[in-house]
Design a protein around this ligand. Structure first.
Ligand code: C2E
Ligand code: CA
Ligand code: CA
Length: 912
């Protein structure tokens, strides 16, 4: 049923369900449902004939549907109107009046004719149905027309004509015929043919009472005139109908388009009355507001948007000024998730130019704005870390350098590079690498704490811009803080990961007044920091340009040296502490550079690592050491350094095994020295590599212990045979108040428990050797016995009785700065004067303080506002050694600086 109605409305077959079933508002009253017709928006009521007289009610809609069901043809196509009993009633009344006026009723044929006319019109509904139900031929339908229209009208005319003879005044009879004709006009409406037939028929019936030539010719003339008029009328009606159909189709199409637009959620419509109260709003907009259309109906337009925005005032202005407005951005009122709307509207006037209200549409901008923000974020921010990206950092820098006032063009640029990040990425996978970068970004932001802007340039490269003028001490401090913070262990996928960071610094405008220049120079500074052994920071200076060139040259020379075999292996004896006998060597690379002379591996190993030459060099060292070792006594071992980059390659065990097989030596005579950086992740790959190397049968030594993030946990896990205590630990162990000794002692006892050897590296003085002995190191390697020697000399050494003789200075020159300075020491509320005897970054020795308990906290006052917190480490008579809770910064000129109360900018120098 509804389908037919839809077709009738000219809508798409699947759409009109709603249209047909939609209850229409009653005439003049409020809408039947909460949803006013969209046709009001389209102004359709002007064109819909059914709606011209008011709105359709449900019953008429159903009737409409019924009609549509019977035929797809429009109703005016049929000759007979659906009902004509009104006409029957009208005739009865006309006859009754005629009877009353004439006081007589004609009997016989006229009476029968009268009855027939009434009866046929009364049965008009039946004939109409018959015409519509059956698919009749036109001729049959014309027969029905004759039966249901022509015949009763002719009968009525005949009855009235005959009545004249029975005494009815002829004027009355003619008047009645005219009235009946008039009554037939609304009955037949646009059915021009039927109306014409009815009129001819009644006059013909009337005329038969005087069948003269004159009557017949008058009748024919009238019929002709009527036919002419009917034709003109018919054509006009047909033209109106076609125009109306066209309008209906346009309206239906528009309605359909608007409905699908509303349903698509892209926009919605609204309309207000002259007071600004909503008279129509799309259901989709009501849904956003969490209300029904009925609830919104009657509320003021300004109530559906938030009251705060300035845009809301703009809206209020337009509504009161009755002016059109476009795309005013407003927030939908009372929505939990913010919804942004763009509202467009224009005033509506009726044909008398009376203001009727506003009509317009709204679009939802929320998604658009969100995606715009997303695009901006992608364009300016790094998606992974959320930091500013390279583009934005570049813009920021350019902005500073182009500041209108010269004083505002100062800034510092810090370029950061993560050491060993690539290894984490390679061994733990990219998701772990990503997680690490995120944590790095967080730490970086926390460390900077707003003093600068940090961004990620890509990969493991980060950049910091600190605006303003700052002295180098402060910047050094900031750089070191960053390095310290980034070098703390990370937990990633439940694994401990340690990386380092190198920082390069350049200052604008001294180191460059354009972005390009500054970036090139800060890159050089970073390069210098990496070159200096990583984990440090370096400022840009002009010499770096030549350093960079030098480095490129060095790389070229190194390639040539490798190709022409200009490298040599030197061997430094390792002495067994208890017997003072040489038990082995450490192989150390040497390169006699054609122009620069002998170069330390510290200079060229990093170059080899960066240039991808380390594998080649490492393999050469392994083969050469094994070959040399094969010539030396069985009891002698040799250690070879293995770069972390070599360790990360799965072929390492095979390479080692090949070198051993080639020289034919016992694998247990070869020791591989690895640094803690191989543990920067606890990955399965590291464990597998250890196992594979152990299967080859070589010994493993943990080199430079104490320099990285030495975790004793590594020692338990990895199958080391030896720990090499770094020389920086040995150095200073003999000094008063140093904790190095205690640390060495605990390492040696742990190593003993784990059945590992210990080698103290870099022992130079007799004092150090003595201490190392006391602390229980099993081996010593240092200049006190031997410097690294050539293979030839090493051969000569092992040809003898292997005994080594300690030869060196008694004690190392103290690193401490000796001075005499008056300071104040605060202890448990008391303020005591003391003399500063010496000072280093980590602590100081004070004179004049009696019996300060070890472990107690003190505050040392170097000057009016230069205070440092410290802890008493030892105390003998009136002397005390204190350790600063925050290490001081040693400056290039030898003075010390301390961190002020708040920011590094408060760094103050202490007189030396
Ligand atoms: P390392 O493995 O810690 O080697 C010990 C370094 O300390 C050697 O420096 C050695 O000459 C030096 N040294 C030994 N005793 C003393 C002492 O009493 N006082 C002082 N001041 N220094 C002492 P070298 O030969 O310059 O080597 C530096 C570093 O280069 C080595 O440190 C090692 O990390 C690396 N290296 C050397 N040869 C190789 C190699 O074949 N492969 C790899 N991957 N790295 C190597
Ligand atoms: Ca070593
Ligand atoms: Ca070492």
């Amino acid at each position: 049923m509804t389908k037919g109605a839809g077709q009738l409305l000219g809508a798409a077959p699947d759409k009109p369900v709603e249209a047909a079933a939609q209850p229409r508002p009653a005439k003049g009253g409020p809408p039947a449902s909460g949803r006013p017709s969209k046709r009001t928006l389209l102004g359709r009521e002007r064109t819909d004939p059914d709606r011209r007289s008011g709105t359709r009610d449900m019953a008429s809609m159903i009737a409409l549907a019924d009609r549509a069901e019977s035929s797809a043809l429009p109703d005016h196509h049929f000759y007979l109107p659906r009902r004509s009993h009104g006409m029957a009633l009208f005739l009865l009344l006309a006859y009754a009046f005629a009877g009353g006026v004439a006081k007589a009723v004609p009997l016989g044929l006229p009476l029968a004719a009268g009855v027939i006319s009434v009866a046929l019109f009364a049965a008009g509904g039946f004939f109409a149905q018959l015409e519509r139900r059956t698919k009749m031929l036109k001729i049959l339908r014309q027969g029905l027309l004759a039966l249901a229209v022509v015949l009763p009208m002719a009968c009525a005319g005949y009855a009235l004509g005959s009545w004249v003879e029975a005494g009815l005044a002829w004027q009355w009879a003619v008047g009645t015929v005219v009235c009946i004709n008039a009554a037939s006009a609304p009955l037949f409406g646009v059915r021009i043919v039927s109306l014409f037939c009815a009129k001819i028929a009644i006059w013909t019936g009337f005329a038969v009472i005087d069948p003269s030539v004159l009557t017949v010719s008058a009748l024919l003339g009238a019929a002709l005139a009527l036919m002419l008029v009917a034709r003109i009328e018919w054509q006009a009606a047909e033209a109106r109908r076609i125009a109306s159909d066209a309008r209906d189709r346009v309206a239906a199409r528009a309605e359909d388009i608007l409905r699908s637009f509303e349903e698509s959620g892209q926009g919605w419509f609204w309309e207000t009355d002259r007071r600004g109260q909503i008279s129509y709003i799309s259901p989709s907009a009501a849904r956003v507001l969490g209300k029904t259309v009925a609830q919104l109906h009657g509320s003021h337009l300004s109530e559906i948007v938030d009251n705060t925005a300035a845009a809301e005032r703009t809206l209020a202005f337009h509504l009161s000024a009755r002016s059109a407005f476009q795309d005013i951005e407003l927030r939908a009122a009372g929505t939990a998730n913010e919804r942004l709307w763009a509202l467009t509207g224009r005033p509506v006037y009726d044909s008398y130019q009376n203001f009727c209200g506003f009509r317009g549409h709204g679009t939802d901008l929320t998604e658009k704005r969100r995606s715009e923000q997303q695009v901006t974020r992608l364009a300016h921010y790094d998606a992974l870390t959320g930091l500013v990206n390279r583009v934005q950092m570049g813009e920021l820098l350019a902005q500073i350098l182009a500041a209108p006032r010269e004083s505002e063009r100062n800034c510092a640029v810090l370029m950061l590079d993560l050491d060993r990040f690539k290894q984490v990425n390679d061994t733990l996978g990219h998701p772990a690498g990503d997680a690490l970068l995120k944590q790095v970004a967080q730490r970086l932001e926390r460390t900077l704490d707003g003093i600068g802007r940090c961004g990620r340039l890509g990969g493991d490269e980060f950049q910091v811009i600190v605006p303003g003028t700052h002295d180098r001490d402060k910047l050094s401090f900031v750089a070191q803080e960053i390095i310290n913070s980034l070098s703390q262990p990370y937990t990633i996928e439940e694994q401990n990961v340690v990386i380092g960071a190198s920082v390069g610094l350049a200052l604008a405008p001294v180191d460059g007044s354009t972005t390009d220049e500054l970036i090139r120079n800060v890159d050089l500074a970073l390069y210098a920091a990496k070159d200096a052994g990583r984990g440090v920071h370096r400022f840009y200076h002009k010499g770096l340009h030549s350093a960079a060139e030098e480095r490129a040259e060095l790389e070229k020379d190194l390639r040539e040296a490798i190709a022409s075999g200009d490298l040599e292996l030197y061997y430094q004896p390792v002495v067994y502490t208890a017997t003072e006998k040489i038990v082995g060597f450490e192989a150390l690379m040497r390169w006699e550079h054609p122009r620069r002379g002998w170069l330390s591996p510290e200079k060229f190993i990093a170059v080899a690592e960066d240039a991808g030459l380390i594998d080649q060099l490492g393999q050469w060292a392994l083969r050469t050491a094994c070959a040399d070792l094969a010539r030396w006594p069985e009891a002698i071992r040799c250690a070879v350094n293995v770069s972390p980059l070599q360790f990360s390659k799965t072929e390492l065990p095979t390479i080692v095994a090949n070198a051993l097989a080639h020289s034919g030596i016992d694998p247990a005579r070869l020791e591989l020295e690895l640094t803690e950086s191989v543990f920067l992740n606890d990955s399965a790959g590291t464990d597998a590599m250890f196992k594979a190397l152990k299967r080859v049968g070589v010994r493993l030594a943990l080199d430079d212990f104490g320099t990285g993030y030495s975790s004793l946990g590594y020692l338990k896990k990895a199958p080391f045979d030896k720990i090499k205590i770094d020389q920086s630990f040995v150095r200073g162990a003999t000094e008063d108040g140093s904790r190095n000794g205690a640390i060495i002692a605990s390492i040696t006892s742990l190593a003993e428990a784990l059945e590992m050897d210990t080698t103290a590296e870099g022992v130079e003085t007799h004092d150090e050797l003595e201490l190392i002995r006391i602390l229980g190191c099993s081996h010593v390697q240092g200049f006190i016995y031997h410097e690294p020697v050539s293979a030839e000399e090493a051969g000569a050494l092992v040809a003898g009785d292997l005994s080594a003789r300690a030869d060196g200075p008694q004690a190392a020159r103290s690193q401490r700065q000796v001075l005499l300075k008056r300071v104040f020491v605060g202890h448990e509320g008391a303020r005591m004067a003391a003399t500063l005897r010496n000072i280093s970054e980590g602590g100081a020795m004070l004179d004049g303080l009696w019996n300060l308990p070890a472990g107690s906290a003190v505050e040392i006052e170097f000057g009016p506002s230069a205070r440092v917190n410290a802890q008493v480490r030892w105390s003998v008579e009136d002397r005390a050694g204190v350790e600063f809770s925050e290490p001081l910064v040693r400056r290039e000129d030898g003075t010390f600086a301390i961190l002020g109360e708040t920011k590094p900018s408060l760094l103050r120098a202490l007189a030396s």
